[in-house]
Design a protein around this ligand. Structure first.
Ligand code: UDP
Length: 253
């Protein structure tokens, strides 16, 4: 069998050519990185969990009319997606202060923000993904004014959807990052949610205990990352059997 062509390899995912023009296969690796890849590890089962969780969130978004690149899941680690032209920005939405906003502005972690705040970071590893303003984005031609409006509106719709979903299972959506891509239908261009939505790119805190259920578990050495992601998946009813498909032995009284 001919080996399929690798189109791109990132820190946590690989993209392969898809079966039809305009499609790609997105493969989720078990690799975890943080602090601009200074910290690395392989966490067994993470790729399987993120493939299923991203499928779950993107399917829900598609169903409520928020367009995403997700077409269908292919297997444990792969999904078929629409090829897009990625806008070189990380779009972050924050509901509660944590991470870089806490550091930059001296706001204590856990402080509720007066309204959701949308931020843009220029995707550039060498520069450490710097925060940029609308002025930079438009002046440098990364996106147009119309794109900016569409990106903010997409990001806030994703925020409302994800916040509600998480609240329903006792999790607070503190913040998250999405990436957005362009697709063309004939001459008509539109923006859709791309990349992934998973605990790798969100901050998720248990509502009652504040326990972290996201990549901060890895960044800050707080425990086993796969266990945290399994907990998120289990609460949402996604793969209740866990990433290995093996249920742990249980005592029968
Ligand atoms: N984030 C991400 N990829 C990045 C940077 C941030 O997925 O390259 C996510 C991060 O997991 C968090 C949100 O975006 O949910 C905001 O991150 P922040 O700016 O606080 O940066 P961090 O503290 O993660 O460096």
């Amino acid at each position: 069998m001919a080996r399929r062509k690798k189109v791109y390899e990132g820190k946590a995912k690989i993209l392969y050519e898809g079966p039809e023009p305009g499609t790609l296969v997105q493969y989720f690796k078990d690799d975890a990185t943080a602090f601009n890849a200074e910290k690395r590890a392989t966490i067994e089962g993470k790729g399987v969990l993120n493939n299923r969780l991203s499928e779950f969130f993107m399917t829900g978004l598609n169903a409520i009319g928020v367009p995403t690149h997700f077409i269908r899941r292919l297997n444990m680690r792969e999904q078929l997606i629409r090829a897009v032209e990625i806008i070189p920005l990380e779009v972050v939405v924050r509901n509660v202060a944590a991470g870089s906003i806490s550091k930059r502005l001296g706001i204590e972690e856990g402080t509720a923000l007066p309204r959701p705040i949308v931020e843009f970071y220029f995707k550039n590893d060498e520069l450490g993904d710097p925060l940029v303003s609308e002025e930079h984005i438009i002046a440098f031609g990364w996106a147009s004014q119309q794109d900016m409006d569409d990106m903010v509106s997409l990001a806030l719709r994703v925020n409302d959807f994800l916040s509600g979903l998480m609240l329903g299972v006792g999790i607070k959506l503190v913040d998250f990052k999405i990436e957005i891509g362009r697709v063309w239908d004939g001459d008509y261009m539109r923006l859709i949610v791309a990349d992934e939505i998973s605990p790798d790119s969100c901050r998720l805190w248990d509502i009652d205990t504040g326990k972290k259920l996201d990549k901060d578990v890895f960044r800050r050495d707080l425990g086993n990352l796969a266990d945290a992601y399994t907990e998120v998946a289990r609460r949402l009813g996604v793969m209740p059997q866990g990433p290995t498909g093996v249920t742990k032995p249980t005592l029968i009284n």
